[in-house]
Ligand binder design. Structure first.
Ligand SMILES: Cc1cc2nc3c(=O)[nH]c(=O)nc-3n(C[C@H](O)[C@H](O)[C@H](O)COP(=O)(O)OP(=O)(O)OC[C@H]3O[C@@H](n4cnc5c(N)ncnc54)[C@H](O)[C@@H]3O)c2cc1C
Length: 380
């Protein structure tokens, strides 16, 4: 079988890796001219962790990953006001957790692609046609690629989804997020191996020290508008400029090009149509509030590959039947946890501090950690 995949993100690469290993011909079409290096730190556990282990990629992910000691919430003078011990979260998933930069997850899968996988950069999918004989992906440079199936693994703003299922399908969750990496030895020394977050209402900045001496920053703020600003960097400077601690230093070092997007989930009545199917954020974005999008992308890729490999289930229904409930559960949990993720009032901020302090008690500890990691998911 020849499978076209639009998007060399985490979900697309994981699917290509698995399908290639199972003996299928795979062509990945990626719009970026080269591997994307911009990114942010993610927590990696759950079904994607299990799938990566089965694919033999876990040792490399562990090598590239980080060991975060805690998520520390700091006031505007850098004093710790609350925190969450990462060892406790790790224990809730039997130690099967690592923190890793998003581009490094892609790198681990990309480096290990089997020979049956062809990865084409600067290949942006702009059109899709399908009939009884196959599917054609039209590319922005005027060329095209054909296959038996086309998988849209092209992220939350998926072009394949738009071309085949129409516009819409995004549920704005009321936040914008940004991420960038900057150089500052002083901030690096303060942050070290902690995930340091501002303990603030309605907007928050987080920092993590990378092993090359740089610092990864991530921001999130509340806004009712899904519209993105014309100049994301200027918007970040304006929104977070008045926060304390090292935030002004970090913003002064913010590069011209940054990651910026609305925080949204994807809701779609069907994940496939004819020879086209979606995977990862393209069909089931859970958002950063869930802290599991990458993991679900890899887990979904594993289940989709199994479906495609079996001639009896190639109509994708088994994939959607198995995976949709998992995704929808995490979407629900993320939406209901939004008020704790980024409090909208000082009252709720205080309540979160108290909850974190109480989380040291054994019963509450279990409640908090299972709330964070969710229900276990089997890939079998
Ligand atoms: C700030 C932040 C923090 C997060 N934290 C976590 C976390 O802690 N844990 C976790 O598991 N997840 C986390 N996530 C979510 C996670 O990063 C995503 O769910 C995951 O990366 C989605 O992978 P994907 O492959 O589906 O899509 P993407 O990573 O968006 O990849 C899509 C790819 O498709 C390409 N593409 C797009 N359009 C086209 C086209 N027309 N033609 C060809 N190629 C195209 C893009 O260039 C890209 O390479 C976080 C997300 C954010 C924003």
């Amino acid at each position: 079988m020849r499978v076209l995949i639009s998007g060399a993100g985490i979900a697309g690469l994981a699917l290509a890796h698995r399908l290639g290993t199972l003996g299928h011909d795979v062509v990945i079409l990626e719009q970026a001219p080269a591997p994307r290096t911009a990114g942010y730190m993610i927590d990696f556990f759950g079904p994607g962790y299990d799938a990566a282990e089965r694919m033999g990629v876990l040792p490399r992910l562990r090598e590239l990953g980080y060991r975060v000691t805690e998520a520390a919430y700091l006031d505007d003078r850098g004093r710790r006001v609350a925190g969450l011990d990462f060892d406790r979260v790790a224990r809730a998933v039997d130690g099967r957790l690592l923190s890793i930069m998003r581009p490094d997850v892609e790198r681990a899968f990309r480096e290990d692609l089997p020979p049956a996988v062809e990865l084409r950069f600067a290949a942006r999918v702009v059109g899709v046609e399908q009939d009884d004989d196959g599917v054609t992906a039209r590319l922005a440079d005027g060329t095209s690629a054909t296959g038996d199936l086309l998988v849209g693994a092209d992220g939350v703003h998926s072009a394949v989804r738009r071309l085949v299922f129409g516009d819409g399908h995004l549920r704005h969750l009321g936040f914008h997020t940004a991420a960038f990496v900057f150089d500052d030895p002083h901030v690096h020394e303060l942050v070290r191996d902690r995930f340091c977050l501002t303990d603030t209402v309605g907007r928050q900045v987080g920092f993590y020290g990378l092993r090359d001496g740089r610092v990864a920053a991530f921001t999130v703020h509340r806004t009712s508008s899904p519209e993105l600003p014309e100049d994301p960097r200027a918007a970040v400077l304006k929104t977070y400029g008045s926060l304390g601690w090292v935030v002004p230093r970090a913003l002064a070092r913010c590069p011209e090009e940054i990651y910026y997007d609305q925080v949204a989930q994807v809701e779609l009545p069907r994940w496939s149509s004819g020879r086209v199917v979606l995977v990862g954020d393209a069909c089931g974005a859970v958002s950063l509030l869930a802290g599991q999008g990458a993991s679900l992308g890899i887990g979904g890729a594993w289940v989709l590959a199994a479906t495609l490999d079996d001639p009896a289930t190639r109509d994708f229904t088994a994939y959607e039947r198995t995976w949709r409930p998992v995704v929808e559960d995490r979407q629900r949990v993320a939406r209901s946890g939004a008020r704790w993720f980024l409090p909208a009032s000082s009252r709720r901020l205080r309540a979160r501090r108290i909850a974190m302090r109480l989380s040291h008690l054994p019963g509450v500890d279990r409640l908090v950690t299972t709330g964070l990691v969710g229900k276990p998911v089997s890939l079998a």
